[in-house]
Design a protein around this ligand. Sequence first.
Ligand code: CP
Ligand code: NVA
Length: 321
Amino acid sequence: MMARAASGTRKDFLSVLDFDGADLDRCLELAAQVKADRPLGRQAPTANALEGRHVAMLFEKASLRTRSTFEIAVHELGGHVVALHPDAALGQREPVADVARNLERWFDAVVIRTFSQRLLQEFAAAAPRLHVVNALSDSEHPCQAVADMLTLREQWGTLRGRTIAYVGDGNNVAVSLAHAATIMGAHVHVASPDGYQLPDGAVQQATSVARHGARLRLFNDAIDAVAGADAIYTDTWTSMGQESEAILRRDIFSPYQVNEALMSLAKPNALFMHCLPAHREEEVTADVLESAASVVFDQAENRLHGQKALLLMLLSGAPAR
Ligand code: CP
Ligand code: NVA
């Protein structure tokens, strides 16, 4: 955890927990700055920050937002992207450690979307000069959490003392949200059915990294979790790789749908959040998703700015400005 590269910057971003509170604060500041500078195009102060740097993309699962925003981020920072074929790089042809040691001879960083968090850790451990970024694993989705924190910071100024209620599966998105929000000083309520709650390890981690008195609480009942919430967050009931469980999950999670009735039990101006893709009339109704409370496309936009900040922090030792 928290490996530092020779320059003193973090080497990898496999988990929100690879950043401490100061890192996350700095990342969000930088993200806000690159967002403000984006209209400057090639005149932006960071437009050449990754000149001569190469970033590999290795995606074993589908992606719209993460892939697009990483490719645009590297391009707008003056770097170069190569999309690798996952069958060649993470298939049976050679051990993961060998792939990692090949890539570090050519690339500065690799952005990986895969199933196993352990594979990401193996990759990062095998290649001490290669920056490894988790673009989603079965257990965590830390880049999403950076965009989510940026979105809330824009809405609220500070997250301190706010309450975010996550309703649904205690999955990868929920874990990274719990990590990041408690670091930022927000209380997190997670409502899930038995057997689908946030893993114990994630609860302990979020509790130990929490700042400014933030608390994490688990609930069974969505109604209890959203009382007093400033934002309600949900995600798909069936994550990538769980498709064979979709019918069972639709049944188990139906009491956890975010609809107008549930939104009305949160604070009056509560926001609605979703990492997308959304499934209308499953985890969220169309009216909530399309309502004025919904910030889902801000979250999607902020993937770009958050990931630019991450790349700057990992790859360029010096501050961006
Ligand atoms: N939210 C998110 O990660 O979207 P993609 O799966 O499209 O990358
Ligand atoms: N929990 C979802 C998130 C997709 C961005 C999944 O893993 O499929």
